[in-house]
Ligand binder design. Structure first.
Ligand code: HMG
Length: 392
């Protein structure tokens, strides 16, 4: 289970949006009993991007503190995982590479497989580092989760980016082998190229997710992975936080273990602290879960196995284990992460709806964006079909 050299996440930073919509405002508008949001799906608020924020500005804001802390001399690869891509050809990572002033001797690529993409990026990064242990890989997961207004999915929107520096002797989390893998061709959630908002069959998507939990854990066991009882905590992909609870109960059932509610809560609750107020951040979600777990649990998790279940609709899942490195607690970015969440400005429902309906004309004209974000980077305009970004 342990490999010759320790590779994993050296540092992790996340960013979220300028605005936030409390679920109470959504419930007041659509007449939903608030208990359905707060208890039924486990969400209290959702991050909403400003008119001049997108996956690039969020991704750059998440990555900038990593570059400030560690420099960029060893970064020879940037992998940008997203499913809310802004271009069919050019990688969003190239804009981030430019905004952060990274060296030209670098490969930059964008990866997609729904919410699973960041885990593929992490595993590819580990492979690159194993080949060249001197290099670090910058993995960025950045997404804006958008469903149609007045649809059941609307309450599960959100937006955030997580940036991770992957290298040898990681200060935060060592990633173990093996991984358990699972792929199935299902139409549970998808977004055709001509749509901004995703399409989803809600109940089918939950069933597909649970099937993938089972399938990936089965493969993990067959590959010689740890038994379930060795894990100190579980980080699940969280389209809404109650999904982590459903997933864990399903896994315990599958393994014939006790599904006692307290045990389920102990295993997953700390990992849901950020997602419950940020919402679904697609590729970033499971790593936002990791940040929440490490930063909000009262326990010292040094050397203790943490299970990860990364799921992306369509569908692909991966089950794997990570162990927090000695001294990891002094490397956490707890204050900055809480500030990123607390600094958001609350929107009323009408302002949220107007932002949701906003999109650029497609005629190639010059369309400056209103200056709304107070984050470090902004999308200044769409001009001649080109996105113009600037540091603030
Ligand atoms: P819905 O029809 O709005 O809600 O769909 P519901 O009727 O299923 O109720 C939700 C829960 O609230 C239920 O709990 C109700 O009982 C409870 P459950 O039975 O499931 O435990 N409830 C209440 N609880 C307390 N007080 C009340 C009350 N009323 C009801 N008064 C759904 C919900 C999540 C399906 C919808 O929001 C949706 O379609 N969301 C988008 C899809 C999604 O998130 N799917 C999750 C799995 S797929 C995935 O994770 C991948 C994804 O991230 C995309 C990717 O990979 O790229 C989405």
């Amino acid at each position: 289970m342990s490999s010759d050299i320790a590779i994993g996440i050296h540092d992790l930073s996340f960013a979220t949006t300028e605005f936030v919509l409390p679920h109470a405002a959504l419930a007041a508008y659509n007449g939903t009993e608030i208990g359905k949001y707060h208890l039924g799906i486990g969400q209290r608020s959702m991050s909403v991007p400003a008119a001049d924020e997108d996956i690039v500005t969020l991704g750059a804001a998440a990555a900038a503190p990593l570059i400030a802390a560690h420099g960029s001399d060893r970064i020879r690869t940037v992998v940008f995982a997203t499913e809310s891509s802004i271009d069919q050809a050019k990688s969003a990572g190239i804009y981030v590479h430019s905004l952060l002033g990274l060296a030209s001797a670098c490969r930059v690529v964008e990866l997609k497989q729904a919410c699973y993409g960041a885990t593929a990026a992490l595993q590819f990064a580990i492979g690159l580092v194993r080949r060249d242990p001197a290099q670090q890989v910058l993995v960025i997961a950045s997404d804006v989760s958008k469903y149609d207004l007045d649809s059941p999915g609307e309450a599960t929107q959100g937006a955030a980016a997580v940036a991770m520096l992957v290298g040898v002797d990681p200060a935060l989390l060592r990633i173990e082998e093996p991984s358990g893998l699972f792929t199935a061709d299902v139409m549970d959630f998808w977004r055709p190229n001509y749509r901004e908002a995703a399409l989803v069959d809600g109940q089918e998507s939950i069933a597909a997710y649970l099937q993938a939990v089972e399938g990936s854990f089965k493969d993990y066991t067959e590959q010689g992975g740890r038994p379930l009882e060795e894990f100190a905590a579980f980080c699940y992909h969280q389209p809404f936080t109650k999904m982590a609870y459903k997933a864990h109960r399903h896994l315990l059932n599958y393994c014939g273990a006790d599904t006692d509610a307290d045990a389920v809560e102990r295993a997953v609750k700390a990992s849901t602290a950020y997602n419950s107020v940020v919402g679904n951040s697609y590729t970033a979600s499971v790593y936002l879960g990791l940040a929440a777990l490490l930063e909000t649990t009262g326990e010292d998790l040094t050397g203790r196995p943490i299970a990860f279940l990364s799921y992306g609709s369509g569908s692909v899942a991966e089950f794997f284990c990570g162990t927090p490195a000695p001294g990891y607690r002094s490397r956490l970015r707890t204050a900055a992460h809480r500030e990123a969440i607390d600094r958001r400005t609350e929107l009323d429902y009408a302002a949220y709806r107007a932002l949701h309906q906003r999109s650029f004309p497609t005629d190639g004209g010059d369309y400056p964006t209103p200056a709304q974000t107070t984050g470090p980077f902004r999308l200044a305009a769409l001009n001649g079909h080109k996105r113009i970004y600037e540091a603030r």
